[in-house]
Design a protein around this ligand. Structure first.
Ligand SMILES: N[C@@H](CCC(=O)N[C@@H](CS)C(=O)NCC(=O)O)C(=O)O
Length: 274
């Protein structure tokens, strides 16, 4: 995030962590963000020597987990909006970065990484932050893949058939609802005996989980938090962190199309155009 922005874009002012100041003529500036940015520049050196990591994102669950880790690690990055409802994920230039035409993706110097879970692993490894200790490697890989191949895809399909499919297919709705809830049940049991997902400490795996569980009522239904209180406990703890508040605020810098109209459906569900 740029260090200089109007105070109304700083969610941390709302939360009481940052203070605003009118030091630049009539502009209302977040003073704490400017200070943080200056300190980062001091330690990271001029941008020319150290190209800023590009974070291609939309305000959806998978990009949000990466936003959280970028903010938690204090990584300097440029947030590049890709509006999936306008079809920008199919732009040939973006396909060179992510041939899968989905968000998120990053470009870090000469390295591009696509798929949110690969990016989470890459950034935790690269920064050496929020990576569980080696003795927990088995658990770390297991829960990471559980989220990547289970919770994420089943949640995505549950949302699709419940909220976006042109026909209400009860078999598909029931199957994905059941599978999404089954995954929540496994997480809830695990979190009844463990404060965090892996190794007793807050790690990038918790952040990977946060991407989708923030949206749980939309995925599973309004009653989700009564059924799975331990998942709620971890979600609430993460959502209250300053880095999570900053991650949620990134989208305020950009405008995304909000209507899920015929055009948006054509870009996001291309099989409907066949
Ligand atoms: N496995 C991928 C899934 C990415 C994904 O489905 N991203 C969604 C946003 S959460 C997207 O870009 N949707 C736009 C589209 O499907 O056209 C990941 O974890 O990054």
């Amino acid at each position: 995030m740029s260090g200089l922005h109007p105070a109304r874009l700083c969610q941390q002012i709302v939360a009481g962590w940052h203070t605003k100041t009118g030091i630049v003529s009539d502009l209302d500036i977040c003073h704490t963000c400017i200070l943080e940015q200056s300190l980062k520049n001091l330690f990271l050196g001029p941008k020319g020597d150290n190209p800023v990591l590009k974070f291609y994102y939309s305000p959806a669950p998978n990009p949000m987990k990466v936003a959280l880790l970028l903010e938690e690690t204090g990584t300097e990055y440029e947030a590049v909006p890709v509006d999936t409802r306008k079809g920008e994920q199919h732009d040939p230039e973006f396909l060179k970065i992510n041939p899968n035409a989905k968000l998120p993706a990053i470009v870090d110097g000469d390295t591009r990484v696509f798929d949110s879970n690969a990016i989470m692993f890459y950034l935790a490894e690269k920064t050496g932050r929020f990576m569980p200790a080696d003795k927990h490697r088995g658990d770390m890989l297991s829960w990471l893949m559980f989220i990547a191949t289970g919770l994420g895809p089943y949640s995505g399909q549950a949302v699709h058939f419940k909220h976006f499919a042109p026909e209400k297919l009860s078999y598909a709705i029931d199957r994905y609802q059941f599978e999404a809830e089954r995954h929540y049940g496994i997480l809830n049991d695990h979190l009844s005996a463990n404060q965090y997902m892996v190794g007793g400490e807050y790690s990038f795996v918790d952040m990977t989980l946060w991407g989708w569980v923030r949206a749980a009522p939309f995925v599973v239904g309004e009653e989700v938090w009564e059924k799975f209180p331990n998942v709620k406990r971890l979600k609430d703890e993460i959502s209250a962190r300053p880095a999570a508040i900053r991650a949620e605020a990134i989208k305020e810098q950009h405008t995304f199309k909000s209507e899920m109209d015929e055009e948006a459906r054509g870009h996001m569900f291309p099989h409907t155009k066949k």
